[in-house]
Write a protein that binds this ligand. Structure first.
Ligand code: ZN
Length: 298
């Protein structure tokens, strides 16, 4: 189990699944194999699975222990969820809660759950199945969600659109609203945690309408929980590549290209939502594009 520190914050990563997920030519509508041929050192088996030709993804949550609070960022896929269009994860049975316990976290210890966006693979463990009903997994947590994001998926749900995200809204978001544990916030929400520490949202729309990245600062250290602004390292060779999962591919592209440039310029420490182990790293310039430099921790 990886962990790093951001100042006084202890960060752990709980992996629910890591392995081949989807073919690049399916996932990136603008995919161009010539980009990979021009960067042969970027095509190792840890990035693209040689047997299936699929991109290697990690689906994970981050736990941030601030000294005052325990915060879960993005809650992965979840067990028992009906996801017929995602057969790999349909009615999943994963040891996520046991892995959380190994990280020293019981469900009742979690004070806040924060979601970068409300896609099915970022809200799953918001709830668990209890006697046929979906109940909050974290009984003492407040679930912080961007209002703009919530209202978008509420619309999808009310219109009854066929989508795994609608199913996720129903089984993983609405149950925490019913118990009064949801907190809908603006896109610049900030959680001050002690005098020198905070976590705050920054609007990063496009992948979803209310998508945010989550900044963390403790003393002089900073990092950004990136969610799905980038899904895979290949996008650093071609940051213009949006994905089939983006609600607004053009806006997603704009946001991605702006943030990638900003993070490369500043050397920002990043914690992306799907990069394989060891996940954390920085963006560095490489020719006319970029590369990802992993950072490993003890
Ligand atoms: Zn995702």
């Amino acid at each position: 189990m990886q962990f790093t520190r951001i100042g006084d914050f202890e960060v752990q990563r709980i992996i629910e699944f890591e392995g081949p997920f989807i073919a690049p030519e399916v996932f990136f509508p603008d995919y161009d194999p010539a980009v990979l041929r021009a960067n042969p050192d970027m095509t190792g088996p840890w990035l693209i699975d040689p047997a299936t030709g699929k991109l290697v993804f990690s689906f994970h949550s981050f736990i941030v222990k601030t000294g005052h609070h325990t915060i879960l960022i993005d809650s992965c896929i979840g067990n028992n969820k009906e996801r017929p269009t995602r057969p790999q994860f349909h009615r999943l049975q994963s040891p996520f809660l046991a892995d959380l316990a190994k990280a020293g976290v019981r469900p009742e210890d979690v004070d806040y759950v924060m979601c970068t966006h409300l896609h099915w693979d970022h809200v799953g463990w918001n709830t668990r199945l209890d006697n046929g009903r979906w109940v909050p997994t974290f009984p003492n947590a407040r679930y912080i969600m961007a209002r703009r994001e919530f209202e978008h998926w509420q619309g999808v749900q009310q219109r009854g659109e066929e989508s795994p995200h609608r199913l996720a809204f129903e089984d993983s978001v609405l149950p925490v609203v019913r118990t009064g544990q949801s907190v809908l916030v603006d896109d610049d929400y900030a959680l001050e945690d002690g005098r020198t520490s905070s976590l705050w949202f920054e609007s990063a729309p496009g992948h979803t309408p209310g998508n945010v990245v989550i900044h963390a600062r403790s003393r002089d250290d900073r990092a950004v929980f990136l969610g799905d602004v980038l899904h895979h390292q290949f996008q650093l060779m071609a940051p213009q590549w949006s994905t089939l999962a983006c609600t607004d591919p053009e806006l997603s592209r704009k946001t991605r290209m702006r943030l990638v440039e900003e993070y490369a310029e500043r050397g920002t420490h990043l914690l992306p939502g799907h990069f394989p182990s060891p996940t954390a790293g920085r963006i560095v310039r490489h020719g006319s594009a970029y590369r990802y430099a992993f950072e490993t921790f003890e």
